[in-house]
Design a binder for this molecule. Structure first.
Ligand SMILES: [Fe+2]
Length: 227
């Protein structure tokens, strides 16, 4: 399939002052677009041409994995944010308190994971197959789907995510991040029973040969909900 830039769920200046219009214009409009363009170019003529983004992430490595995962991670990241202040829904709060002790402790640990990650990458809140929550650090284009976790929230700590607004102060960006988190989206992901993050390594070759187009379309729509 040909991948296209997903819609941004708010205006480019809507997250100011936490995230400036200039940052969004570069981060979403140029960096994400480049990952998508690179991915389309790299998969042309390969079995991945017929795969969805999750299947590419689970099966590919090297430049195809890097660009597919960065396309997925950024879509997920931008969908995790909102200009509207959202309260943490009860289900999310209870799960966080169960696995981290308190919301404050969770936030401290998540920020620390974001700040301590050496170089470029992502800090994630993710759910394991038993429903337990974890904070994960993933360098570069890393994505928890690859190790069987279902992502619930992420912060991008590549310098392009914060350098325009915060220069070298990644810790300030990680602290301000909470002001624009869409907790309703986190709750939706926590409750969703879609197949992402089940730890299943899907076989791209089999997918390519399948003639059950409708089932594939349903599956694609289902997995797209994870992002
Ligand atoms: Fe980024």
């Amino acid at each position: 399939m040909i991948f296209t830039l997903p819609p941004l769920p708010y205006a480019t200046d809507a997250l100011e002052p936490v995230m400036s219009r200039e940052t969004i214009e570069y981060h979403y409009g140029k960096h994400l677009q480049t990952y998508i363009d690179n991915l389309n170019r790299l998969i042309a003529g390969t079995p991945y041409e017929e795969a969805n983004l999750e299947e590419i992430i689970l099966n590919a490595d090297g430049p195809i994995f890097n660009n597919a995962a960065q396309a997925w991670n950024h879509t997920f990241f931008f969908n995790s944010l909102t200009p509207e202040h959202t309260e943490m829904p009860e289900k999310v709060r209870k799960a966080i308190e169960r696995d981290f002790g308190s919301v404050e402790t969770f936030k401290e640990k998540f920020q620390k994971a974001a700040v301590d990650l050496f170089g470029s990458g992502w800090a994630w809140l993710a759910k394991d197959k038993e429903g337990r929550l974890h904070i994960l650090q993933e360098p570069n284009a890393g994505n928890p789907l690859k190790s069987g976790y279902k992502p619930l929230l992420t912060i991008d700590v590549w310098e392009h995510a914060y350098y325009i607004d915060y220069r070298n102060k990644r810790a300030v960006f990680a602290e301000k991040f909470w002001e624009i988190v869409n907790w309703n989206k986190v709750a939706e992901r926590l409750e969703c029973n879609c197949c992402c993050g089940g730890g299943k390594s899907k076989d791209v070759q089999k997918t390519e040969m399948s003639d059950e187009a409708t089932a594939d379309e349903d599956k694609d729509a289902d997995e797209a909900k994870c992002r």
